[in-house]
Design a protein around this ligand. Structure first.
Ligand code: P1T
Length: 388
């Protein structure tokens, strides 16, 4: 894309490859250089080219920020060292006494940072089932400053109505945020649905290759952007230029990867529905999903995440996970390779046991990040491990 081109007029597939990126002005290199530098030489005091110190500005990071912001339809993008760093920087935009309504089934690390780090600074959190509009409304108080949605949730894949909840928050003078990690902007664009803020662990689908940790916040709200941009520099949890480069390398193939993740997961979900060793399967692309119609109305595809319960509890779940050959038993998700895990023991161990039980994160419960391998091989692998 030539300099001056209006990025936003192009389709997401094109934006993924080009938005925010220009040939290097010095050499014409097509790939954004990795500006591995901590500082920038000034011609004289204050006579610089817009870059003074790398915590504050880095051209590789700026290219990544523009790229993901374009994919999300956000005016502004701010990159962080991890998804958790992105969350912490959002929370530092608020103050003691402020109240937050949060999905009850969030990533274990999200629950941990709110209840262990920010609660002691005087921020108050109410966790509710955000599939229920009346529960969200009841949880809001005059002090509520933000409604934090994860949709689909991690790990139960519950889906919240972004349009209606954002509208409800706005009417009550609160902001709305969607952790869009499970969908990626290719499958869901929260700001188009009315949310004020979109957040990512770019470690997942945006990076896409399980080789980099990062976070992102996108918004078109000028006042919020000014606060979080200030925090990015002031707190300093910025990603290094190599990590920005790797993440951008990932976003270029986002469209084709997300299509294949969704196709593979749909095939596996339908096949597992009939498997004799499986008690319950949850996937937004199955008509049995409780929010199937809502999913269709706000998501462009169902994504690569699915969960199931194996018959036989923990002993069976454990032996099944050990026998798999292609699926790797590991935390994280969103990479090209298929990953599988046991949330109660692994990613969601930080959630109190009674809350886990209430949500359905129990002994036989398994979470799968379906990769982009040949789907028949994936089915074969699951089948042999389930039958063993
Ligand atoms: O790991 P990090 O980049 O800091 O991102 C945290 C995070 C934020 N939001 C969601 C929805 C997430 O799933 C995560 C990280 N999740 C895992 C590591 C996991 O296995 O679920």
């Amino acid at each position: 894309m030539k300099a001056g081109t209006k990025d936003s007029s192009f389709h997401a597939d094109t934006l993924a490859i080009h938005a925010g990126q220009r040939p290097d002005p010095t050499t014409g290199a097509i790939m954004t250089p990795v500006y591995q530098t901590s500082t920038y030489v000034q011609d004289g005091p204050g006579e610089h080219k817009g870059y003074e110190y790398a915590r504050t500005h880095n051209p590789t990071r700026e290219a990544l920020e523009k790229n993901i912001a374009a994919l999300e339809g956000a005016k502004y993008g701010v990159a962080f060292a991890s998804g958790c760093a992105a969350m912490a920087n959002v929370m530092h935009c608020f103050e003691a006494g402020d109240h937050f309504v949060v999905s009850d089934d969030v990533y274990g690390g999200t629950y941990r940072i709110f209840t262990k780090n920010f609660a002691k600074l005087g921020l108050n959190f109410t966790f509710v089932d955000t599939t229920k509009l009346d529960a969200v409304e009841r949880a809001m108080t005059p002090k509520t400053k933000l409604v934090w949605l994860e949709t689909p949730t991690n790990p139960m894949l519950k889906i919240a109505d972004i349009r209606r909840i954002s509208e409800m928050a706005r009417k009550k003078g609160a902001l709305s945020l969607v952790d869009n990690t499970f969908m990626s902007p290719y499958l869901q664009r929260p700001l188009d649905l009315g949310a004020d803020i979109t957040l990512h662990s770019t470690t997942k689908y945006l990076g896409g290759h399980s080789d980099v940790v990062g976070g992102f916040v996108g918004t078109s709200d000028e006042a919020f952007f000014q606060k979080i941009k200030f925090n990015q520099n002031s707190i300093g949890a910025v990603p290094g230029p190599w990590d920005c480069f790797l993440t951008m390398r990932g976003t270029k193939t986002l469209a084709v990867r997300m299509q294949r993740h969704s196709e593979n997961a749909q095939t596996i979900a339908e096949w597992l529905t009939k498997h004799p060793q499986i008690e319950k399967i949850t996937y937004p692309g199955l008509p049995t999903h409780p929010q199937f119609d809502l999913a269709k109305s706000q998501m462009k595809g169902s994504g690569g995440m699915l969960t199931f319960v194996v018959k036989g509890g923990l002993p069976k779940a454990s032996s099944f996970l050990k026998r798999l050959e292609i699926f790797a038993c590991a935390e994280s998700l969103g990479g090209v390779e298929s990953l599988i895990e046991h949330p109660a023991i692994m990613t969601h161990a930080g959630i109190p046991a009674d809350m886990r039980k209430q949500l359905g994160i129990d002994d036989g419960f398994i979470r799968v990040s379906v990769g982009i391998e040949y789907v028949e091989d994936l089915k074969k692998d699951l089948d042999q491990a389930l039958k063993a």
